[in-house]
Design a protein around this ligand. Structure first.
Ligand code: 9EZ
Length: 183
């Protein structure tokens, strides 16, 4: 089961297919046509959670995806499901995941990302059955080059009169358009 079929989710799908896995995926922004191209089955989130043996999340962290997988979601999963979060800390509620593994509902989990990093005092680190890595997805030479290029692209875009598209404290919208929206 894949939740979120963007750039990374789609790459994961291709690798899962190479292992002969059947893929159920949920992404509200992906069309049936694109899913067919990727050779996978789109399904509602609830169906993915109910039927998958392995669940991996690949969404951004937004107010909609924070705690997307929480207590109630673990309840409907198969017993012995395995869980992966190599996307963003907090998509899967950490306390709920730690409990689900402790209770044996979840057979194992692999977690690279945490709500607070580095993850000092995190319940996931105390729980047997969880493999934890220190946000290694951001630590490859390739990832660091991509981040450096993205920063350089942003600075160039702004210097040429464009807009920042990835600022956390500023909307990607022109001051003129923003003024029209102001109450
Ligand atoms: C949300 C998403 C995918 C998703 C994907 C993108 C903003 N956003 N949200 C819930 N680009 C799966 C489940």
């Amino acid at each position: 089961g894949i939740v979120g079929l963007g750039r990374v989710g789609a790459e994961v799908a291709s690798r899962m297919k190479s292992f002969g896995m059947q893929i159920l995926a949920y992404d509200p922004f992906v069309t049936e046509e694109k899913a067919q191209h990727m050779g996978l089955t789109l399904a509602p989130l609830e169906t993915v959670l109910r039927e998958a043996d392995f669940i991996t999340v690949h969404t951004p962290l937004t107010n909609e995806t924070r705690n997307l997988i929480d207590e109630d979601e673990f309840k409907i999963m198969k017993d012995g499901v395995r869980i992966v979060n190599c996307a963003r800390g907090g998509i899967i509620n950490e306390a709920a995941l730690a409990r689900a593994v402790a209770e044996g509902k979840v057979a194992g989990a692999a977690v690279d990302v945490f709500t607070k990093e580095p993850p000092t005092g995190n319940p996931l680190l105390e729980q047997n059955g969880i493999i934890a890595t220190p946000h290694l997805g951001a630590s490859t030479a390739e990832a660091q080059i991509n981040v450096a290029l993205a920063v350089a692209d942003q600075i160039l875009a702004i210097a040429r009169g464009g807009l920042p598209t990835n600022a956390i404290n500023m909307p990607a919208i022109s001051p003129e358009a923003l003024a029209v929206m102001e109450p």
